[in-house]
Design a binder for this molecule. Structure first.
Ligand SMILES: Nc1ncnc2c1ncn2[C@@H]1O[C@H](COP(=O)(O)OP(=O)(O)O)[C@@H](O)[C@H]1O
Ligand SMILES: Cc1cn([C@H]2C[C@H](O)[C@@H](COP(=O)(O)OP(=O)(O)O)O2)c(=O)[nH]c1=O
Length: 212
């Protein structure tokens, strides 16, 4: 059986990643593909336990500990869920992956410190798995803030961070997109419906998939 296809959705909070995860899963299934939709941090039992610690734990983690904990969750998710699904030929759609660690911890918290970016790059290489395609969803911060206020989700450690942190994350994602133009597709999600965003993304995905 052919190896599956690994697709990630990236971007700041409220850009529409979880909405697109659901809509893309449904669209791909309607074309006859077997899809696994998953998310990070989390996606396996062990990684979901680490998600609670990362997002809602009371004790502040040092930067390197935070990075290693995101990767501890990610290794479990990759080993126990993503790699087996790809081996079965499924399309894996994942809400956030290593680019989020680069953007949030590398460019956000570490402000682009070269030693920290290197640490993340080394861990990333050790995973032995990179996305085939990444969709970087983008919308102005004032739009996403308004969406999050309407969504009313409980605010986690990162959503509570200050505006300068969120600006560094947005710039970090932009830098990642420029470094990997063959993998990262930038998609704006303001001024168009979620369904229109899905159609736009499907136009990029479908030509890359094997026939069913
Ligand atoms: N294209 C869009 N236009 C308007 N609102 C949207 C769009 N996509 C998502 N939303 C809404 O914005 C909010 C945040 O979307 P969500 O998918 O949860 O974002 P994320 O997973 O990136 O944090 C939700 O209330 C969702 O319904
Ligand atoms: C995967 C990952 C997520 N994060 C952060 C980004 C989000 O604020 C949070 C995940 O929260 P989540 O609620 O899943 O995302 P969103 O708010 O976009 O709907 O974890 C990192 O800081 N580093 C990482 O490597």
């Amino acid at each position: 059986m052919a190896q599956g296809v690994f697709i990630t959705l990236e971007g700041g909070e409220g850009v529409g990643k979880s909405t697109q995860l659901r809509l893309l899963r449904d669209a791909l299934q309607s074309h006859g593909y077997e899809v696994l939709a998953t998310r990070e941090p989390g996606g396996s039992a062990g990684a979901e336990a680490l998600r609670e610690l990362l997002l809602f734990g009371q004790a502040p983690l040092s930067l390197r500990s935070e990075i290693l904990t995101h990767f501890a969750a990610r290794f479990d998710h990759v080993d126990q869920v993503i790699r087996p699904a790809l081996a079965q030929g499924r399309i894996v759609l994942c809400d956030r992956f290593t680019d989020s660690t680069m953007a949030y911890q590398g460019y956000g918290r570490a402000e682009g410190d070269a030693t920290i970016l290197k640490l993340i790059a080394v861990l990333q290489a050790q995973l032995g798995l990179a996305p085939d395609m990444t969709f970087l969803l983008q919308a102005p911060r004032q739009v996403t803030r308004q969406r999050l206020a309407v969504r009313g989700a409980p605010t986690d450690r990162y959503e509570q961070a200050d505006e300068a942190f969120h600006a560094r994350i947005a710039a970090g994602f932009q830098a990642i997109a420029q470094q990997h133009p063959e993998r990262v597709h930038c998609v704006t999600t303001d001024h168009c419906s979620a369904e229109a965003v899905t159609s736009r993304i499907m136009k990029d995905i479908l030509p890359q998939l094997p026939n069913v």
